[in-house]
Design a protein around this ligand. Structure first.
Ligand code: NCD
Ligand code: ZN
Ligand code: ZN
Length: 434
């Protein structure tokens, strides 16, 4: 079987460490088939799926059930997250044995209403995970302030899409990143900050890295390319947690991606149906939108425009996710996740994103009508075509495999604990002393 790739760019398949494929539980929004087809058409060959499905992935039994469903329907490779909370505390080792790709901890409320542990509970949970070497991905934002505000706006009959943002400063995210980094430093847990949306979160992230905390971060195309200027046009469709912020966040986020403060691009692919996204009262629209299919074309367009070079982009779309979650080849090892996963693009072809053509069941996104440069032609997963000449290879349903067995990371070590204790005890004493 040969392929004429004259004039095309062969890129490593994207690794998206943050998708919600909704299966089992919300299969009217997405399922493992539609989600992985969307991924394949986006050049994404590995996805890590979040645990806010029904039931929440909190035990090895639930994990095994979800694994079987995914293995049956997936066109691309996948990893499964388990939730990290009170409900999974006693299952951490079992979940690791069962093959999770990582843990997800919700510091704030989210779709599916998963309870958020307080700081003491977080400390205990990090202590439990640290010896396993697994990374904890954090929804690092406490959005109580936003929920109260939205409730008031709903009751007042206000329907202005920007009305909730003024009382929802990025400071709640900054505090959450700082708290998570402190607990990671104390316990040695590896952590990952999901959906970095604001310039303000960059300082605590950079500071934690400088202290030697094993912390990584992601942002998504919507935080780099959309802003509060898009709310009037998109209304409920652009509603997402955390919210798309002011345009003055774009430049700092791009720079952080280039200098490595932000390690990777992930989409937070969060599909909801058109009905759920276009309710007449904005505050009743579900949060999130699909992104796994449009990430690579959007980012490659930015590359074509000179916003970043292709090497930096590939580092963010494939290399850093692989390294951070233990999928990167080590000497002498042949590893499935690094084994001939390719996205082959025509980098010169221009086209317009149309929600109607998205392969996600959601088919409603803020990217509708956006002109991009870079069209996917072929996707290969472990050397086999899943998309060929722009068409799905239907027989590849079930080709996708869990990448969990590839490589267990060594146990994490607590870092700078003495220094941390010294800093924590020194600060209040000197500050309070007259
Ligand atoms: C996500 C979802 O719908 O599952 N929604 C979102 O707005 N990002 C949940 C999440 O990532 O917090
Ligand atoms: Zn989240
Ligand atoms: Zn998410």
């Amino acid at each position: 079987e040969t392929l004429d790739a004259t004039g095309l760019a062969i890129l490593p398949g994207g690794i998206d460490v943050h998708v919600h494929f909704r299966d089992p539980g919300y299969t009217h929004k997405e399922d493992w088939s539609s989600g992985t087809i969307a991924a394949a058409f986006g050049g994404v060959t590995t996805v890590f799926d979040m645990p806010n499905t029904i039931p929440t992935v909190a035990t090895p039994e639930i994990l095994a059930t979800k694994h079987a469903i995914a293995a049956d329907k997936a066109y691309v490779d996948f990893g499964l997250y388990a939730v990290l909370g009170e409900e999974s505390l006693d299952h951490v080792e079992g979940l690791v044995e069962g093959g999770v790709i990582g843990f997800k901890l919700y510091m704030g409320n989210t779709f599916g209403r998963i309870p958020s542990p307080d700081t003491g509970a977080m400390l205990e949970l990090f202590e439990r995970v640290a010896p396993t070497g697994m990374r904890v991905s954090l929804h690092a934002e406490t959005n109580t302030i936003m929920e109260r505000r939205e409730k008031r706006l709903r009751e007042a009959g206000r329907n202005d899409p920007l009305a909730h943002l003024d009382s929802r400063p990025a400071v709640v995210a900054v505090e959450a990143v700082e708290r998570a980094a402190t607990l990671a430093e104390w316990t040695g847990a590896r952590i990952h900050i999901l959906h970095i949306s604001s310039k303000e979160e960059l300082r605590p992230l950079a500071e934690a890295k400088a202290r030697g905390v094993d912390i990584t971060g992601e942002t998504g195309p919507h935080y780099l390319m959309l802003s509060t200027d898009d709310y009037a046009r998109c209304k409920g469709v652009i509603r997402v947690n955390p919210p798309v912020r002011e345009a003055d966040c774009h430049e700092p986020l791009w720079n952080a991606l280039k200098d490595g403060t932000i390690d990777m691009i992930a989409t937070d692919h969060a599909p909801h149906t058109p009905e759920e996204k276009t309710r007449s009262v904005i505050w009743n629209c579900d949060c999130g939108f699909p992104g796994v299919e449009t990430q690579m074309p959007l980012m490659l367009t930015a590359v074509a425009e000179g916003r970043m070079d292709i090497h930096t982009y590939v580092r963010a779309s494939s290399e850093a996710p692989a390294k951070s979650f233990g999928l990167y080849p080590q000497k002498g090892a042949i590893l499935p996740g690094a084994d001939a996963d390719f996205a082959i693009f025509d980098l010169s072809e221009e086209w317009v994103i149309d929600d109607f053509n998205l392969h996600s069941l959601s088919r409603i996104s803020p990217w509708h009508g956006r002109k991009v440069k870079g069209k996917l032609k072929h996707t290969l997963v472990r050397g086999a075509f899943v998309v060929r000449d722009g068409s799905l290879v239907e027989t590849m349903k079930g080709h996708g495999r869990s990448v969990h067995t590839i490589q267990r990371m060594p146990p994490a070590e607590p870092r700078n604990t003495d220094k941390t204790i010294a800093a924590v005890t020194a600060v209040p004493a000197s500050a309070d002393m007259p």
